[in-house]
Design a protein around this ligand. Sequence first.
Ligand code: IMP
Ligand code: MG
Length: 180
Amino acid sequence: MKEVQYNGLTFEPYIEKERIAARVKELADQIKKDCEGKVPLFICVLNGAFPFAADLFRAVDMDAEITFIRLKSYEGMSSTGVVKEVIGLSENIKDRTVIIVEDIVDTGKTIHRLIEDLKKKEPAELKIATLLFKPEALVCDVKPDYVGFEIPKKFVIGFGLDLDGMARNLEDVYQLKENA
Ligand code: IMP
Ligand code: MG
């Protein structure tokens, strides 16, 4: 695998698709166990979570539903801290087991804001599944229930994660190469 470039920045391979697939399967098995006897509703946070959500949802071989919402809090490589809801939720989540599916939890502001909103709709339980988690960057009181990979506070792209809209279609996760 080779390095890729976006916006004049160089990124190196970091988490290969085979490792992602294996981890997704493990998370799916755990979710299936935890949700026995329930029909969980997966809420995929667009745009970044769509490849992870598609794989995770198919790997969970049980009765389940999926829906999509869209929020945005990021421009370029630094969080603006401003969370805007772009596409709302139409499903009734009252008394449902809800699993929010995110690409990455960085500062945690996005997921925190979303949780506060969803709690008002009185779900039976609210869980967070995220492909990537940067514990060192966390500034909010949130704890993801299902984490694909804990990673250091470095910018990553691929497998849904973007740099100004690009690179989401890379099959693997790439990390910004320092001093490149
Ligand atoms: P948070 O609100 O700071 O947790 O940021 C969450 C959102 O920021 C994610 O859903 C991503 O869209 C974006 N984000 C955070 N870190 C990265 C990264 O390393 N690469 C690409 N997007 C990121
Ligand atoms: Mg996102």
